[in-house]
Structures are given as C-alpha cells and as structure tokens.
Design a protein around this ligand. Structure first.
Ligand code: NAD
Ligand code: UDP
Length: 358
C-alpha cells in the first residue's frame, strides 16, 4: 500500500502498474516523482545510453521508495516480453529515444532505428499482451516552421521539419494515429513538449547532458559553474523583439505533472474517438537574451556571451497555445522563468559535474 499517511479511500490508483521507458533520463526521472505523488506504481526500463542509474537512486531517495529498474533496450523484444509476462502492466509512458538534433543529421539511420523502430517494437509487444494505454513524448518540432503563433494542435505537422530527430517524432505520431484507426480500443496520448528546463526543487536530479550541451539552459548553467567559457547566442538578427530566437520554456516539474494528468485522462475516458494530442507549454515566448537575464537574476552569476551566426535548422520563434491541455486535462504550467532558472541553478551548483561528480 502506498502513502501510509492517507486513508485507503483516497488512494487513486491502487492496482495500475506503469512501464516507464527512458525513466532514468531528464524528463522521465522528474516524472517518476509526480507519478509517485499521484499514487501510481511503476517500473523503469532504460538502456542508460544517455543517462545514469544514479538518477534512479536519487529519485528513490526523494520518494523514499525502491524503484524497480531494468537496464535494457526497447528494441529487445525478448526482454520486453519478459517484462510484460512478469508484471501486470496497465500502461506505458514512453520517454525512451535519442534526442540530439545535430547528431540525428549525422546519424539518421541510428535515429530512425532507435526512435521509430524501437517504438514500433514496443507497440507490437504491448499489443501481444493486450496493453493498450500509451503516453508518448512528442515535440513541438513536428510543427516545422509554423506560419501562425501561438501554435495550436490542429495546425499542420510534418512539413518543414529540418532534421531526422524531428521527423522521427512526426513518424511515430503517424504510426500512433494509424494504430488507433486499426483498433480504437487503444488509448493514446501524444504530448507535444515545448522547451523543458529546470529541475526538481531538491536539486538532487536535473538535466545532465553528455559532453557539450546542445540546449540553451544546460549550456548557460555550465557557463555559470565555469565549465564553459561563454555562451554562443545563435543569431541576433531574427525578427523577434531583441533579434534572438524565441521559445516556450516550460518547467520540467510542470511537464512531469502533465503526464499524470494525461494518464488520468486516458484512465477516465472510455469513449475516445481519436488519440489525445496536446501541446505542453506555457504560452509565453522568451528570447535567448531574456533567458540569460532571468538566469543572471536567479543565480547572481554573470553569463558572458557573444552573438554568432544562426544555427542551421533553427526557427525564429515558436510558442504554444496551451488551452487544449487546460480544457481537457485541467492542466496548466504553474512555474515561471524565474523558478525555472532558480531550480536549474540549484541543480547545477550542487552538482557541477552532474551525476558523474557523485
Ligand atoms: P533523455 O535523453 O534524458 O532521456 C531519454 C532516455 O531514454 C535516456 O535515459 C536514454 O538512456 C533512454 N533511451 C534512449 N534510447 C533507448 C532505448 N533504445 N531503449 C531504452 N532506453 C533508451 O531525454 P529527455 O530530455 O528526458 O527526453 C525524454 C523524451 O522526451 C525523449 O523521447 C525526447 O525526444 C522527448 N522530448 C524531449 C525534449 C527536450 O527538450 N528535452 C523536447 C521534446 C521531446
Ligand atoms: N541557443 C543558443 N545557444 C546555445 C543553444 C541554444 O543561442 O548554445 C538558442 C537556439 O538558437 C534557440 C534557443 O536557444 O533559439 C533554444 O535552443 P534549444 O537547443 O535549447 O532548443 P530548441 O528549441 O532548438 O529545440
């Protein structure tokens, strides 16, 4: 039984077991905390290709509970069958995937194999075992370069995507839509994340990229701890308020909570006539320089930067209309950029070398 301090009538999900793929990663590890808080039980599968088991151990400390963890790959059907045979899994939250945009341009086959074939494999085994509840980590990148802002879920996807990573997300979305058409007893949530940043308030877990970070926030925090000399701001001549790229940054704990809401939505709705597709963002766009200033405010550390050429494949501006998630899931982002920056700094300053420093 969970949470001994609450009465059993308040325990919301006494028997559902969730398989969380990629649960040792950045967003997955934060989501485990929210799942636990909501009373869900889970088992984690991760091949640790971009993460560390230490993240799982730290989540165990935060939630004060042992986490069943399997080190393995979503492309390993034999292993998946064993997991489904041995555990009464009710649903899958699927974070596992490769996510480095630049690397995906260099290694497209690896990205399609891991992301698209891996997901297909997982869905096949789920089907074999009659497990038909699926929450998928998609991305705002499926919108390509949208001509209208903010972005709504009914806008065109799949056109103008600039890299194989983004196309792998689009392809998986299409696979999921086709799967639903073939059998509408599937319950599918496609969550289109905008730009997740920040960390759990404890500072015990956070974003810990391998090598030089590709993303803005971990780059800034690594400059702040002196690991990197200065930020390179990609492009100062975009048609935005200060010339730098605008994105919709969302606190990772808000994002984590949205997975609980999405799962509850699937659990509570038996007559879905299509996959649920929602944007997860705040609806606010901030530029690179807005983020630099917010980070300096939150940390008290000056971030040296220089404005350099645009990064190939980048778009000027994208931010979400998050209303659909609010209407259907009762979810909205609660934390602003100050909290995002404070928590990112709390994690990085306590763990300047990430999990490797332990
Ligand atoms: P992450 O790399 O920290 O987490 C992904 C996890 O999946 C890692 O722990 C990795 O080891 C694992 N993994 C990768 N391939 C695997 C495989 N074949 N089998 C088993 N495990 C495997 O990334 P994240 O930022 O936590 O992202 C989680 C998901 O959200 C990914 O699918 C990503 O594409 C998606 N997403 C992320 C962002 C972002 O900015 N972070 C934005 C939109 C979507
Ligand atoms: N960016 C930057 N310098 C960096 C990394 C990112 O100027 O070292 C900019 C990038 O051009 C974009 C924004 O920060 O305008 C967010 O980039 P990120 O890679 O974090 O996310 P994306 O939206 O590209 O997935």
């Amino acid at each position: 039984m969970k949470n001994n301090n609450i009465s059993s009538s308040l325990i919301p999900h006494p028997s559902s077991l969730i398989l969380v793929t990629g649960g040792a990663g950045y967003i997955g590890s934060h989501t485990l905390i929210e799942l636990d808080k909501a009373g869900f039980d889970f088992i984690v599968l991760d091949n640790l290709s971009n993460s560390s088991e230490k993240a799982i151990r730290r989540v165990e400390k935060i939630i004060n509970k042992k986490i069943p963890f399997v080190k393995g790959d979503i492309r390993d059907k034999k292993l998946l069958r064993e997991i489904f045979k041995e555990n009464k899994i009710d649903s899958v939250i699927h974070f596992a995937g490769l996510k480095a945009v630049g690397e995906s341009v260099e290694k497209p086959l690896e990205y399609y194999e891991n992301n698209v074939c891996g997901t297909n494999n997982l869905l096949e085994v789920m089907k074999e075992f009659g497990v038909k509840k699926f929450v998928f980590s998609s991305s705002a990148t499926v919108y390509g370069e949208p001509d209208k802002m903010p972005v709504t879920e009914d806008m065109q996807t799949g056109v103008g995507i600039t890299n194989p990573y983004g196309r792998s997300k689009y392809m998986i979305e299409e696979i999921l839509k086709d799967l639903f058409i073939s059998d509408n007893s599937w319950k599918i949530a496609i969550l289109r994340y905008f730009n997740p940043v920040g960390a759990h308030e404890s500072g015990m877990i956070g974003e810990d990229p391998e090598g030089i970070p590709n993303n803005l926030m971990p780059f800034i925090t690594q400059v702040a701890v002196g690991k990197l000399p200065k930020l390179r701001v990609f492009g100062g001549d975009y048609p935005t308020h200060d010339g730098t790229g605008v994105r919709d940054y969302i606190h990772v704990m808000d994002l984590a909570n949205a997975h609980v809401k999405a799962l509850e939505y699937l659990n509570n709705n038996n007559d879905l006539n299509e996959p649920l597709i929602v944007n997860l963002g705040t609806g606010q766009g901030y530029s690179v320089l807005d983020m630099v200033k917010a980070f300096e405010r939150a940390s008290g550390v000056k971030i040296p930067y220089e404005i350099v050429d645009r990064r190939p494949g980048d778009i000027a501006k994208i931010y979400a209309n998050p209303n659909k998630a609010k209407e259907l899931l009762g979810w909205e982002a609660k934390r602003g950029i100050d909290e995002m920056c404070e928590s990112a700094w709390n994690w990085q300053s306590k763990n300047p070398k990430g999990y490797k420093g332990e």
